[in-house]
Design a protein around this ligand. Structure first.
Ligand SMILES: Cc1cc2nc3c(=O)[nH]c(=O)nc-3n(C[C@H](O)[C@H](O)[C@H](O)COP(=O)(O)OP(=O)(O)OC[C@H]3O[C@@H](n4cnc5c(N)ncnc54)[C@H](O)[C@@H]3O)c2cc1C
Length: 434
């Protein structure tokens, strides 16, 4: 299995290249093996390193650590979400359970950046759920009720104020939440790699091909070696299904995003010199769009069923074109060709929007499926699955496990057909917002 890394993600290109990259090229045995080095796997490794200073802990990734979705996302560390793409807020109680988890996720990331003095362009500027469609006012008013009941500070805004704050006339209605942080996802995940404990060995460009449980051990096969481990944590998120982990409960979705170059002084002036902001769509498949602190515009306006291992240059360019149109719609005064990079990333979804956090068998653990909240929730789940696998309990684990478990998915081809039809429907409903 070969994972595709297009080397064209601005967040990654902003960072210095890494040195001392090791790949697995001999057989090993260990107490702990973590597969996947994104926020989840890195946080699990950090926690295991602290809990078991004398154990051998291996962390293995198919590509360079952190360079999957953990570097390729939009950088919203969310305290609340309006939609998960597939579910709506049906009842207050289940929504509260979800946001309790978000809060814990924010706390974990906050603690991490404080402890290690991480600069990841952290900005507690909140976020907007915005729409150009005045009819969406009803959705935002309902949402406002829920946020009020749960004590989240927010306010509803209309076109004039939005134009002033965002520099675009596109949006007619929005709800701004005070909570929520914007950050540089590449810088955050890089810091997690740089601060791995000494007793964690990281192997990169080493894809897990097959695994098998034999008695109390798990045998994992890679191209150039095998690892025999006592305990394993699967932290591959969008690639859980391809490894046969909880396959009937999760499926991968491909998201594509683009980022412009920094706007020139003149261009920035032409849109009113707005401060950094982040907009999330009111309708599930609308665009996420963000103005970074260094005046770049990021847009993500596709979500689809696609081969998670490869997006060809041709296919990527088609999506980039959609993103160019999305930017043009919102900022007609800006030049046409300002997109500097486009990339895709893989996330994982469950049928009911719940996350996976489980012991799947003796010595086998898994955490994943966060929709658009993996920065915080992935960091939290990584730490907590390491604690659970160490046979300890915490209040955080209780909060995580208080949520509904993911529900069973239908088998393929019914599943992919169903997801495709649903995405077409959601795309249609969000068509003005793409
Ligand atoms: C375009 C985009 C925008 C997003 N926006 C946001 C956002 O604003 N806020 C937010 O919170 N979340 C967002 N997300 C989701 C977020 O990025 C993910 O939820 C998060 O990265 C999950 O972290 P993870 O560590 O579980 O998985 P990943 O970051 O996907 O890491 C999994 C790792 O497993 C490795 N792997 C896979 N298969 C194997 C194998 N066989 N052997 C070894 N290693 C393997 C991969 O190489 C990868 O590095 C977005 C995602 C995308 C793609």
């Amino acid at each position: 299995m070969k994972l595709y890394n297009d080397k064209n993600c601005s967040w990654i290109n902003d960072l210095d290249s890494r040195k001392n990259i090791k790949s697995l090229n001999l057989n090993q045995s260990c107490e702990w093996l973590i597969i996947g080095a994104g926020y989840t796997g890195l946080s699990a490794a950090r926690k295991l390193g602290q809990l078991h200073p004398n154990h051998k802990i291996l962390l293995v990734d198919a590509q360079l650590a952190g360079e999957g979705a953990s570097s390729r996302n939009s950088g919203y560390l969310v305290d609340t979400t309006l939609n998960d793409g597939f579910t709506s807020i049906k009842e207050l109680d289940s929504y509260k359970k979800k946001v309790d988890i978000y809060k814990l996720g924010i706390d974990v990331v906050k603690r991490f950046i404080k402890e290690y003095q991480v600069d990841c362009d952290w900005n507690e500027c909140g976020k907007y759920f915005a729409s150009s469609n005045k009819k969406d006012k009803k959705i935002l008013e309902n949402y406002s009720d829920i946020l009020s009941k749960l004590g989240f500070e927010h306010n509803l805004l209309s076109n004039k104020e939005l134009k002033r704050r965002l520099g675009t006339n596109f949006y007619n209605i929005a709800l701004h939440t005070k909570g929520g942080i914007l950050l540089h996802p590449g810088k955050l995940v890089r810091a997690m790699i740089d601060t791995l404990p000494e007793n964690v060995d990281l192997y990169e460009n080493s894809s897990l091909l097959k695994w098998k449980k034999i008695n109390d051990a798990v045998i994992c096969k890679f191209k150039n070696g095998a690892i025999k481990t006592k305990k394993i944590i699967f932290a591959t998120n969008g690639f859980l299904k391809s490894l046969g982990v909880k396959s009937n409960y999760n499926f991968p979705i491909t998201l594509t995003a683009s980022m412009t170059r920094s706007l020139t002084d003149q261009e920035f002036k032409s849109i009113g010199e707005p401060k950094e902001w982040g907009v999330l769509p009111v309708r599930p498949l609308g665009a996420t769009i963000r103005m970074t602190k260094d005046r770049r515009i990021l847009i993500r306006n596709t979500a689809e069923v696609h081969n998670p291992f490869k997006m060809s240059k041709f296919e990527l360019n088609k999506r980039s074109l959609k993103q160019k149109t999305g930017i043009k719609k919102r900022f007609p005064e800006l030049p046409d060709d300002i997109i500097q990079s486009s990339w895709s990333g893989i996330v994982s979804r469950t049928r009911n929007g719940s996350q996976i956090f489980e012991k799947i068998d003796n010595n086998l653990y898994v955490a994943g499926c966060y929709n658009g909240s993996g920065i915080g929730v992935g960091s939290l789940f990584g730490e907590q699955i390491a604690i659970k696998a160490s046979n300890e309990n915490t209040k955080e684990i209780e909060t995580i496990e208080a949520r509904n478990k993911p529900t069973l998915l239908p088998p393929d081809p019914i599943l992919s057909l169903g997801v495709r039809v649903r995405l077409i429907y959601e795309r249609f409903r969000a068509k003005s917002e793409i």
